[in-house]
Design a binder for this molecule. Structure first.
Ligand SMILES: [Zn+2]
Length: 168
């Protein structure tokens, strides 16, 4: 994705109030490897159950404010697969819930999805394919597997953001 400024990020949230958008604690944007990301996602350092994800939708930076589910009292989460990257080797997805945009959100309407707890989907899809995934491991095939994973990640994450934006 293209590099974003703090101002662009704060203006991108489709389901956050002006106050929520201005109070979000952003990550160090200079340290973000933008060209290797399909979305920028992070937890709020000051409000650990608040999380944010920003991606490009129709060329425009579009952000969603998310709420993470609190860790279970037992201390152990059940492993779950991320519905965005669908990476089988990292099963540390957690349920993130977004308030829908507009009046639906004001009526308490939400949408949840399982996403890698640390939003590491872009790293996961770039993992070199196993021989089971790329057959005899020809490099071109491996590149294609990664390209398909990236396309799938883009599609599923964009669909979630579109669903949050949809005012029905
Ligand atoms: Zn993921």
């Amino acid at each position: 994705m293209n590099a974003l400024t703090e101002k662009q990020i704060r203006a991108s949230f489709l389901n956050a109030s002006r106050r929520e958008a201005s109070q979000a604690v952003l990550p160090d944007l200079d340290a973000v490897p933008w060209e290797q990301l399909e979305h920028l996602g992070w937890r709020d350092r000051r409000a650990p159950l608040s999380a944010y994800v920003v991606l490009e939708l129709d060329g425009e930076p579009t952000g969603v404010l998310l709420r993470a589910s609190p860790a279970p009292a037992s201390g152990r989460r059940r492993s779950a697969m991320c519905s965005w990257c669908r990476d089988l080797s990292s099963v540390s997805a957690t349920l993130y819930v977004a308030r829908r945009a507009g009046s639906a959100g004001r009526d308490g309407n939400t949408l949840g999805t399982l996403i890698c707890e640390d939003f590491s989907c872009s790293r996961n899809v770039r993992r070199p394919p196993t021989s089971a995934e790329s057959g005899d491991g020809i490099e071109a095939v491996a590149d294609q597997v990664v390209a398909e994973r990236i396309a799938g990640l883009r599609e599923r994450s964009a669909q979630f953001v579109r669903d949050v934006a949809a005012t029905r």
